[in-house]
Design a protein around this ligand. Structure first.
Ligand SMILES: Nc1nc2c(c(=O)[nH]1)N[C@H]1C(S)=C(S)[C@@H](COP(=O)(O)O)O[C@H]1N2
Ligand SMILES: [Mo]
Length: 439
């Protein structure tokens, strides 16, 4: 029968793909790491998302000042680490793609569908995330943040289904001592549920071919083609060399370490020296600070340097305009706060200027007022931000006029910009034009 022939072909392909690191224990070991990475990315991603798109009742911590910087640094670094982990995991389970028959039952269909969605969504997610750190937004024709956010739920949902389905295998191979026999061979999968489709061995097929009778259909697990109930085929060849399993893990760890060492310096200062692939390099740029969007790109060169620039501060009908000289004549504060970009790079800087709360109090803002900050920049999603009361009232939130002991460079938001603790860089509006107190 043609089906059996295809099946035999697939089986021999699986046999050919067998490798010491392609076994259930390895899948669980890598899967655990990947699971942790996904959950960390999901949590830090949600935090970043809601800071930018808060639900009405949300209030955010303003201390420690580096909280967002840390959270986003972890988000990006863990996301980058997902690349070697996902490829390792795919390598480990790859022969299972050739499983035959492709779909045996409804649960089996669910299992394969959820894995397909999970793998596809994950690869898209980490790829667009990585491209985003290099600001290659133009490469994809959909809004980055909304897509990245929506996909994360697809991933977490299909991950939950995947884990639920694989629980018996995860459980069996969770601990090292349950995973190997005395010789260091990976134990076969314990098939605990009667198979919906009887497991057939090659001998059975051979007998079929020669017209022989059927053997016992309920076969005890044997290495090579068993464990079908939950879709796992153990691809370990007869004597799996422990050393090559170790070599596999070492390779992945090395790949991960190299990626982290060469990129995480954009987020973590200790690794600044080895940051060669990170999208940003610390302490480069005007005022010894990287620039995310230049004044030229934002088309504010003229308006920001106009002699009649003034910051309009309003609360209903009460309006005051502050010239640069008037802003500089207010009580000045110096604060150390990081710019922490959603794209992962961050840098500490020393800012100076009046407090935001002093400015809005001059027009009678209430203690729980939200402030809308508007930039001179037009037609940009970064041009307007809402500053929640926890940030407006914070003594560290400034309308900065200086950074690192110098007048703000035009590219850093001259004449004035918002700087506040614990918020993403994208909300630290540059080239301020007005502050409006919202009721
Ligand atoms: N008006 C305006 N403000 C802006 C931006 C912008 O494009 N336009 N970019 C934001 C982003 S994404 C970041 S990370 C910070 C970077 O500040 P810097 O360029 O001074 O380092 O500014 C923020 N403020
Ligand atoms: Mo940013």
């Amino acid at each position: 029968m043609i089906i059996w022939q295809i099946q035999r072909l697939m089986n021999s392909a699986r046999g050919a793909l067998a490798a010491p690191s392609r076994n259930a224990r390895m899948a669980v070991v890598i899967g655990r790491l990947l699971g942790i990475a996904f959950i960390v990315c999901f949590g830090t991603g949600l935090y970043s998302h809601f800071l930018q798109d808060p639900l009405p009742w949300m209030v955010f911590p303003t201390r420690p000042i580096g909280l967002y910087q840390l959270s986003q640094g972890i988000h990006i670094t863990t996301g980058i680490l997902c690349f070697p982990l996902i490829f390792a995991k795919l390598y480990t389970v790859f022969p299972n793609l050739l499983e035959t028959p492709p779909i045996r039952s409804f649960p089996h269909f669910l299992e394969r569908a959820s894995i397909t969605i999970f793998v596809a969504a994950s690869l898209v997610e980490i790829t667009i995330g990585l491209l985003n750190t290099y600001q290659w937004y133009a490469l994809f024709p959909f809004p980055f943040r909304q897509t990245h956010y929506a996909l994360s739920f697809v991933i977490i949902g299909s991950l939950a289904i995947h884990i639920a389905i694989k629980l018996p295998i995860i459980n069996q191979f969770w601990r090292k001592k349950n995973s190997y026999d005395a010789d260091g061979n990976v134990r076969p999968i314990a098939v605990t549920v009667a198979a919906a489709t009887p497991v057939r061995r090659d001998e059975d097929e051979a007998r079929d071919a020669t017209g022989g009778g059927h053997g016992d259909d309920t076969v005890a697990p044997t290495r090579g083609i068993t464990g079908r109930v939950f879709g796992w085929i153990d691809h370990t060849p007869a004597a799996p060399p422990r050393s090559s399993r170790r070599a596999f893990l070492t390779t992945i760890s090395l790949a991960g370490a190299v990626l982290v060492i060469t990129t995480a310096g954009q987020s973590f200062r200790v690794l600044d020296f080895s940051n060669v692939f990170g999208a940003r390099k610390k302490f480069t740029g005007p005022n010894a600070l990287p620039v995310n969007r230049t004044a030229k790109a934002a088309k504010v060169e003229e308006t920001a340097t106009a002699g009649d620039w003034a910051l309009t501060v309003s609360n209903g009908t009460a309006t005051k305009a502050f010239t640069l000289a008037q802003l500089a004549a207010l009580p000045q504060y110096r604060v150390d706060l990081p710019i922490a970009c959603v794209e992962g790079w961050s840098q500490m800087a020393s800012w100076k200027g009046p407090r935001l709360r002093d400015l809005v109090d001059a027009v009678g803002a209430s203690a729980d007022a939200t402030v809308k900050a508007t930039s001179l920049e037009k037609n940009s999603s970064y041009a307007v931000t809402r500053v929640g009361p926890e940030f407006v009232r914070d003594e560290l939130t400034l309308v900065a006029l200086e950074v690192n002991g110098e007048t703000l460079d035009l590219d850093h938001g001259y004449p004035a910009r918002i700087i506040s603790p614990g918020r993403p860089g994208v909300l630290q509006t540059k080239w301020l034009s007005s502050l409006e107190v919202l009721a």
